[in-house]
Write a protein that binds this ligand. Structure first.
Ligand code: AHR
Ligand code: AHR
Length: 490
């Protein structure tokens, strides 16, 4: 039985069931999600390998070969049509030109489930999905439950990485108009013990870790790579539960009365959000693998059985990289492959901007040779990827800032480490740029995996394929993000 079969048996059926990684009913063999590729704008649906099984990641890999892919729809498996799509503007606008939020990369969150590859939904700041016309989701003070499986190491302190019940208008319509799982280390409202991240409940105008509006030390900091987060609520009663999605059982972090001040009774509206706050606040980041919402307040026993099913599914990490090896500690050069620019190399200049410089060779000045030489380091923000330290400026790394690449000194912040982390993969471009088979790499931003290290007008950026910035232009995108890896010059 899958999670939703278990909820049905418990008398609290799923009214929404979302996952890009697996079927959540043992009999489900329909579409899990839709991806759209950059090369021709075509879409395809990804289904499980078999009824009740893991997503067919190979079908995505084939469809998305040599181009970029975005997750356009996360289908509802419950049969109610409560699909999640690109979230519209609300109280806050998203970064797309029409005020919509960004869509997630289809390849930012690879995992294995029972040894089979699948992709989660890696959501950068600005990314959001919703359904403002959902059916069967709790309204008013009606009872509901929900859980989500998330990446416990991907979070931030911005508002609000949520999954659950929110306003139908994407606007803040007042306390008690939401009931959603929150995950992250935002301290603007509530917090738990330690420094976070925490599972909390977003009840609108407040992230709650317990009954009181501020700190509740019964809500622990989470350090699991895969975390099961659960929130449920009914008349004057709600609970937060959580645990390691890869082993063991759920613990109850809070169970008791509703907070005061407009949260009892609740005024739930019955829309569904993922990755954003109720008012389309979209500064948060996180990774979603699967989640459901139920009708009725699930018993702890039902949730415990769902947790056992999640553990039995065996979520595990897999490689974030592919393509030519970039061994940690080696010195490399990166040569452009676009036909304009095949004699240009990625270098920093004296103003710490990343540029491509023409015609660097052994007879170039030692300053120039050093500026075009990069020492590969373990990724500062995720050791499954890499960071690039300047050969001539130890402690200074390539990072992005406003999506432009700059050379900057470590400042000790998590933001710096994440902005300086890049995941190499086999080159997206068609040719090898004269570098020989297997020499071409494309370098994905870890925290914005829709974005790749690109030269545009000979300046370096992290660019998305056809995004809103000039440097996101779709023309020559694949070539501009494909680089021949060579030995360092210095
Ligand atoms: O409750 C926290 C946040 O406050 C909600 O997600 C958002 O709608 C409001 O800004
Ligand atoms: O970076 C050099 C060129 O600038 C890129 O190939 C092109 O996209 C832009 O015109």
């Amino acid at each position: 039985a899958g999670p939703c079969d278990i909820y049905s048996s418990g008398g609290t059926p799923c009214v929404a069931a979302h996952s890009t990684t697996r079927a959540l009913y043992s009999a489900y063999n329909g579409a899990l999600y839709q991806v759209k590729r950059g090369s021709d704008g075509k879409t395809t649906d990804i289904a499980p390998l078999s009824a009740g099984g893991v997503a067919n990641a190979a079908a995505q890999d084939d469809f998305c070969a040599n181009t970029t892919c975005l997750i356009t729809i996360i289908y509802d498996q419950s049969g109610r049509g409560n699909h999640l799509r690109q979230a519209p503007p609300g109280g806050f606008k998203g970064p797309e030109s029409n005020g919509y939020d960004n869509l997630a990369s289809a390849t930012g969150a690879p995992v294995t489930i029972g040894g089979q590859k699948a992709y989660g939904v890696f959501m950068s700041p600005g990314t959001g999905y919703s359904n403002n016309a959902a059916s069967g989701i709790a309204t008013g003070d009606a009872a509901e439950g929900m859980y989500a499986v998330l990446d416990g190491t991907h979070y931030n302190g911005a508002c609000c990485f949520d999954y659950g019940n929110a306003e139908v208008s994407s606007r803040d319509t007042g306390n008690g108009h939401m009931e959603a799982i929150y995950f992250g280390d935002c301290t603007a409202w509530g917090s738990g013990s330690g420094s976070g991240p925490w599972i909390m409940a977003d009840l609108e105008n407040g992230l709650f870790s317990g009954r009181g509006a501020r700190q509740n030390t019964g809500d622990p900091s989470i350090s699991y790579r895969f975390v099961t987060a659960a929130v449920k609520g009914k008349t004057n009663q709600w609970a937060i539960r959580g645990g390691n999605a890869a082993s063991g059982s759920l613990s109850t972090y809070y169970s008791g009365a509703r907070p005061s001040g407009g949260y009892n009774p609740m005024s739930k509206e019955g829309a569904i959000i993922l990755g954003i706050g109720g008012d389309n606040s979209n500064g948060a980041q996180g990774t979603f693998y699967e989640g459901v919402m139920t009708s009725g307040y699930p018993s702890d026993a039902t949730e415990n059985a769902v947790q056992a099913d999640i553990v039995a599914a065996q979520y595990a990490v897999t490689s974030l990289t592919s393509g030519p090896a970039l061994p940690i500690g080696t010195s490399i050069s990166l040569r452009a492959t676009t036909s304009c620019c095949t004699t240009r190399y990625l270098a920093h200049n004296s103003s710490n901007t990343l540029v491509t410089v023409d015609g660097i060779s052994s007879s170039s000045s030692s300053t120039l040779k050093q500026q075009a030489t990069w020492v590969v380091r373990a990724g500062l923000g995720n050791s499954g990827c890499v960071s690039f330290e300047a050969w001539d400026a130890p402690g200074r790394y390539i990072r992005h800032y406003n999506f432009a690449l700059v050379l900057a000194a470590t400042d000790g912040s998590k933001q710096f480490r994440e902005d300086a982390t890049f995941c190499p993969q086999a080159g997206l471009g068609g040719g090898d740029g004269g570098g020989g088979p297997g020499s071409v790499v494309s370098i994905r931003s870890w925290n914005f995996p829709t974005r790749y290290l690109r030269h545009y007008d000979n300046v370096g950026y992290v660019a998305s394929n056809g995004g809103v910035h000039t440097f996101d232009a779709a023309g020559s995108f694949n070539d501009d993000v494909s680089w021949v890896v060579g030995a360092g010059f210095a």
